[in-house]
Design a protein around this ligand. Structure first.
Ligand code: GLN
Length: 271
């Protein structure tokens, strides 16, 4: 995962070039020279002492259930950021499309859910520096006649509701040409519908696609990637102190190798 190391910087550049993602107040830069620990004094959270993160824990390897616990890349990142800020991470598991509203209404402090930075979401929340580069992948049943994106035309495509995969397939401008789009609460539900021939393909983020295929017999992921996306942490627009602290924590966690260790633990780098 060498690629990962340069991501945060690349993401920062992308953000400043696009002129989006940064909070409106100049406060955005105030914390830049501080350490995350120094920032933590200025940080307020929904509940004192806690960093409550909203997620949808059906998105392996980023967040998924193991017994009663939410585990995965984002769970470990939440713990590591919280530790930097002198807080305890506490997860709130919800539907994916409820996460941004939960951030804006102050139900949770952050959305940490393999969440792609996109224009619509930026109207409602700020995003941290990106920490992952991702894209949409196609899953089909073994023996399917769909071999590439071009073959999706006229097919019934399953997606996870409210995700960038949903947007991509549903927006006519992208020319996918689906006969219809079936929206599921999560990836495993969409994969199940595919296995039982209710749909012809699933479009979902690349790493979760690999896990869905690995966890089921009879599914394959195509090599083609449909989009280029970046995951970041969603923070309420008015909580720029928390945004600054999270950005500083992320760069410290990158510099000290913690992020790399987390990625190495969950991502199969053999492909
Ligand atoms: N990356 C996708 C999005 O942000 C899917 C995220 C998810 O399902 N957890 O829409």
């Amino acid at each position: 995962m060498k690629k990962f190391l340069s991501l945060l910087l690349a993401g920062t550049m992308l953000f400043s070039m696009a002129g989006c993602g940064a909070p409106e107040e100049p406060a955005a830069d105030n914390g830049a020279d501080e350490t995350a620990a120094e920032d933590s004094a200025a940080v307020t959270t929904v509940q004192d002492g806690l960093l409550i993160w909203g997620t949808n824990a059906a998105f392996e390897p980023y967040e998924y259930m193991e017994g009663d616990s939410v585990v995965g890349i984002d769970a470990e990142i939440a713990d590591a950021i919280a530790a930097k800020l002198g807080l305890t991470a506490q997860v709130e598991n919800m539907d994916f499309d409820a996460i941004v509203p939960a951030v804006t209404t102050g139900k949770v402090d952050i959305g940490l859910a393999g969440m792609t930075v996109d224009e619509d979401r930026l109207k409602n929340v700020n995003f941290s520096t990106p920490y992952v580069e991702a894209g949409q992948a196609i899953i089909v049943k073994d023996g399917s006649d769909i071999a590439s994106a071009a073959d999706l035309s006229g097919k019934v495509i399953g997606v996870q509701r409210g995700t960038t995969g949903d947007e991509y397939v549903s927006d006519d401008a992208n020319g996918v040409g689906a006969a219809s789009v079936e929206r599921y609460a999560n990836g495993p539900d969409a994969a199940q519908a595919l296995l039982t021939d209710k749909i012809d393909a699933v479009v979902i983020d690349n790493e979760p696609a690999k896990k869905l295929v690995a966890n089921a017999d009879g599914l394959v992921k195509l090599d083609e990637t449909l989009t280029s996306e970046q995951y970041a942490i969603a923070v309420a627009k008015d909580n720029t102190a928390l945004l600054d602290a999270i950005n500083n924590a992320l760069s410290e966690l990158e510099a000290d190798g913690t992020l790399q260790t987390i990625f190495d633990k969950y991502l199969n780098t053999e492909e």
